[in-house]
Design a protein around this ligand. Structure first.
Ligand code: ADP
Ligand code: ASP
Ligand code: MG
Length: 455
């Protein structure tokens, strides 16, 4: 059994939905189909919510345009015998949505809880529509099985309960194809509508595949596969035909937006291969992600970048206790639920830097200053400073340490072209060499590094 996920870029228009229909209707056996909201709709739902909260009456016009977009798709694609009932379901959802917008505009305030409810309508509508466009499919409401819990203020999937609810809601073998919405969920305790984070439909699909021991997870999107870099920044990036789970996980964590980062882990754990395929070009072979390393013609598998990065640099006479300081920093960050992208070394042994998301920088700085207060007082640590406005450029492959001199080559390439390298992480990871550069130089640095690796 396969799980197929179609992103917003695959379900945005009548033309692309016809491709989805032809891909799913020609499957040999029933499958699970996960869909995102219509392309761009989640952004629009959010923008409209802010307009309503700020008293901008144009939210009403936005609301009716979003409604019309759904009705147009229903009229064009849902067979006449189901059209009235689908229109009715979608109309009722739109009425609920409008009531929430009107309430938001009256109160003049938008809570996170209300916004989570608002964005859920995208997948709730698209999934019902797609289920009725396909030849022989039923719909299952993801709010019934996808459960989250709070973790440091974020909603994260509640795996055990979700796994067993998935098995209850999707009895195997499937009698017919089932369509369900990605991204959306409910809090396991309060029942409030939540979601898995922007881009989270990939993760819904992975959780379904893992819980049901699927044979394959297919991520259908708008590019021919996982590429050696983001094709919007590097137009000559190439499709990678095969890569390992670890390589894909690293590239996604370091900003390759083609798959939402948490997606890889559940399927990797169950050794379920992933294919990245193009809805607009279904005959392209795509990228196969699986548990083994494919041979490599180039020195690396791919490059990616993360903007809005900060580094926190701890400096002092760390020569004797750098390992201890490192592990205490990691533990302190873990206690606050902050992820560290890389540990970088600007100046060996005298200091080290932790690269993390700018949004975590203030809390991280405060936490580390507290953690090292005794050392700061004794003068062993001279300073703990933060710098924002940076980007990480990551270069990924399995066994990257086998590529001798890679870090130096990348740094030299960048310096030669006048890109300032703030820090480098080389040797700390089995799969990634990363450099930290000013965010303004992100695209240029990515281009230079891509050329250095792929020609
Ligand atoms: P979907 O709506 O299908 O979820 P996304 O926009 O989330 O689509 O992801 C697909 C996009 O990811 C592509 O259009 C591409 O611009 C971008 N992207 C970023 N990095 C990569 C990469 N390394 N390989 C392929 N696509 C990438
Ligand atoms: N619709 C959601 C978003 O735009 C989830 C997804 O597309 O994966 O973030
Ligand atoms: Mg996506």
């Amino acid at each position: 059994m396969k799980v197929l996920k179609f992103g917003g870029t695959s379900v945005g228009t009548v033309e692309s939905l016809l491709n989805v229909k032809s891909i799913v209707d020609s499957l040999e056996e029933p499958a699970i189909v996960v869909v995102s909201a219509l392309g761009g709709l989640t952004d629009r739902l959010i923008a409209t919510a802010h307009m309503a909260a700020e008293g901008d009456e144009a939210f009403r016009e936005n609301m009716s345009q979003m409604a019309q977009r759904h009705f147009d798709i229903i009229d064009a694609l849902v067979p006449s015998e189901a059209r009235d009932s689908v229109t009715d379901i979608v109309r009722r959802l739109l009425q609920q949505l409008e009531t929430i917008y009107i309430g938001t505009s009256m109160v003049g305030d938008l809570s996170e809880r209300t916004l989570d409810k608002i964005v859920s309508f995208g997948e709730r509508m698209s999934s019902v529509i797609v289920a009725n466009i396909l030849d022989n499919a039923r719909h299952t409401d993801s709010l019934e099985y996808m459960k989250t819990e709070k973790w440091f203020g974020k909603n994260i999937a509640s795996r055990n309960i979700t796994d067993s609810l998935i098995r209850e809601n999707f009895p195997l073998p499937l009698a017919q194809t089932v369509v369900t919405g990605g991204f959306i969920s409910r809090d396991k305790d309060s029942g409030d509508i939540t979601n898995l984070g922007r881009g989270g439909s990939d993760y819904t699909a992975a959780l379904l595949a893992a819980a049901l021991d699927a044979d394959l997870l297919e991520i259908w999107t708008d590019v021919d596969g996982f590429m050696t870099a983001d094709p919007r920044i590097i137009p000559n990036a190439r499709v990678i035909d095969r890569m390992s789970f670890i390589e894909s996980m690293e590239l996604c964590t370091f900003g390759a937006k083609v798959v939402y980062p948490p997606t890889i882990y559940p399927v990797f754990h169950k050794n379920i291969p992933i294919k990245i395929l193009n809805t607009h070009n279904p005959s392209a072979p795509g990228t196969l992600i699986l548990d083994s390393t494919a041979s490599l013609e180039e020195c690396v598998r791919g490059v990616s970048s993360v903007k809005k990065t900060a580094i926190i640099t701890v400096s002092g006479q760390l020569t004797n206790n750098v390992a201890e300081i490192n592990s205490r920093s990691y533990n302190a960050m873990a206690r606050k639920g902050i992820s560290i992208f890389v540990v970088a070394q600007p100046e060996a042994e005298k200091c080290f830097s932790l690269a993390l998301s700018e949004t975590d920088a203030e809390v991280a700085l405060e936490t580390l200053r507290e953690e090292f207060a005794p050392e700061i007082q004794k003068g062993e640590i001279a300073s703990v400073e933060c710098q924002k406005g940076l980007s990480i450029i990551a270069v990924v492959r399995e066994a990257i340490k086998e590529v001798k001199g890679l870090g130096a080559r990348i740094v030299n390439t960048l310096l030669r072209e006048g890109v300032e390298v703030k820090a480098i992480s080389d040797g700390a990871s089995e799969t990634t060499v990363a450099v930290i550069v000013p965010e303004d130089d992100n695209d240029r640095a990515l281009r230079l590094v891509h050329t250095a690796c792929f020609g």
